[in-house]
Design a protein around this ligand. Structure first.
Ligand SMILES: [Fe+2]
Length: 248
């Protein structure tokens, strides 16, 4: 069922905290602030993004699918190459490449198709595949400024934890539909459904460990026009519709 038109609410508080508590890390973790121009872009894109009111929720890959991804990751380990500059990515390690990338197109198509029913169930909408990206390997010292994803295609998304070797957790920072801040840590094989174009998210603290390997799937509603027609520019702060298993 498509989401109903959200009620009018106040303009959200767009401030990002200076530091956050992260389970499994001893101290408050300072947030690396996004450059002002990126923040401006984020706010402009958020204001145009369709409202779904879903927020985010945890998911888990079927073991066979996770195994299939891990096999591709390991079989192609020698074929990963430096990823070109990404505006919302940086590193505290000047001698280390921030991210490596290898695309197994057959795998990506398989993952995108396999996860579509779960995304349709979570969102309550018929979806069209927009993109599946990865595998991307973030290395030691990498951080991702908070940002939002593409407004036109990345409406219902997931970030998948394929594998990692970390010394301390490197969670996803994500704001819920009320503007509340969450740190979501994922184990290999877990993923997080989220409204990529609407919810500010990132990993705005340096990766402490050897690597984090991820994949990203993006979908858009088949009836995007109907969803967009329900959108209002001042409806960022809405009560979340949190499915079972949603993180608090
Ligand atoms: Fe993103």
């Amino acid at each position: 069922m498509a989401p109903t038109t959200p009620p009018e609410r106040a303009t959200p508080d767009q401030r990002v905290p200076e530091q956050v508590a992260v389970p499994g890390r001893p101290d408050l973790l300072p947030i690396i602030p996004a450059p002002p121009e990126l923040d401006r872009d984020t706010e402009a894109m958020q204001s145009k993004a369709p409202f779904c009111g879903l927020g985010f929720a945890r998911g888990r890959l079927a073991p066979q699918l996770h195994q299939r991804i891990l096999e591709s990751f390991r079989a192609n380990a020698g074929r990963f190459r430096p990823e070109p500059d990404i505006p919302w990515m940086g590193s505290t390690e000047p001698a280390t490449i921030p991210a490596l990338f290898f695309e197994d197109r057959a795998l990506n198509a398989e993952v995108s198709q396999a996860l579509k029913p779960q995304h349709e169930a979570w969102s309550g909408m018929a979806l069209t595949e927009s993109a599946c990206y990865g595998i991307r390997v973030y290395q030691r010292g990498t951080y991702l400024y908070n940002h939002v994803d593409r407004t036109d295609t990345h409406i219902i998304s997931s970030t998948i934890c394929v594998d990692h070797q970390l010394d301390t957790p490197w969670p996803l920072y994500i704001e819920d539909v009320d503007g509340g801040v969450h740190q979501v840590d994922m184990a290999p094989g877990e993923f997080l459904f989220y409204e990529g174009a609407r919810l500010r998210h990132g990993r705005p603290y340096p990766l402490d460990g050897n690597y984090h390997a991820g994949m990203f799937v993006h979908y858009r509603p088949v009836d995007l026009a109907a969803l967009a027609a329900n959108m209002k520019p001042d409806t960022m702060k809405q009560s979340a519709v949190e499915p079972e298993g949603s993180p608090r």
